[in-house]
Design a protein around this ligand. Structure first.
Ligand code: IMP
Length: 191
């Protein structure tokens, strides 16, 4: 079985290639000579993930899966969600995003939040979705240097360290993405 993973993130690709080695051939975007920007204009994580998978199927003819992740904050009615990477504006960086989040939540008592990952798979003409989430809270100041994105301000439930303090190994064993990815892998290995 050959499936494309529609991501430019080498780390995500390596991880899943290692787990499925010998059983499923996971191709990268460069393996299929796809160097164009894949549209991500959906308004939900599900829509965005499937849009990316469908783009590859339509243009390159391969079965494909793609992921999309968002930080959903209760006091903000689930925002920034699908807009997490550009919360502080189109040209912003993770520091801008975290600073905006800390400012917006300054007077809020309810700081509950979750990361949610959706993986959309297009296989043999059928659509499948796999979801992973991790609950936690947004703390009042940044702590830690590992990871990326909102990691320094996200305290996962049951831990007293932020994702950025826990480091990649621990984070990758409990994260939203790890949960969704393991559901996808179980499915792919079962068919
Ligand atoms: P993507 O769909 O994986 O590209 O994630 C979209 C955005 O969500 C990223 O640009 C980050 O701002 C945020 N994000 C996703 N996953 C994580 C994570 O594991 N830690 C912190 N922020 C994340």
């Amino acid at each position: 079985m050959k499936i494309v993973f529609a991501t430019n993130n080498r780390h995500k690709l390596d991880e899943i290639q290692k787990i499925t080695e010998g059983k499923i051939e996971i191709l990268s975007l460069s393996d299929i000579d796809c160097y164009e920007e894949i549209p991500e204009t959906g308004i939900t994580l599900e829509e965005n993930a499937m849009m990316k998978a469908q783009f590859i199927k339509d243009k390159f003819g391969f079965d494909c899966f793609a992921d999309d992740t968002g930080l959903e904050v209760d006091a903000l009615d689930g925002a920034p969600g699908v807009y997490s990477s550009r919360y502080a504006g189109e040209a912003c960086n993770p520091q801008d995003n975290m600073e905006k989040m800390l400012r917006v939540l300054e007077s809020k008592k309810n700081r509950k939040a979750r990361f949610r990952t959706v993986i959309a798979l297009l296989l043999n003409g059928r659509q499948y979705f796999f979801e992973g989430e991790i609950n936690g809270e947004i703390i009042e100041e940044k702590r830690g240097t590992a990871g990326f994105g909102y990691d320094p301000i996200f305290l996962p439930e049951g831990f007293d360290k932020t994702f950025a303090e826990l480091g990649d190994e621990v984070k990758n064993s409990i994260s939203h993405r790890a949960i969704a990815t393991s559901k996808l892998i179980d499915f792919l290995l079962s068919i």
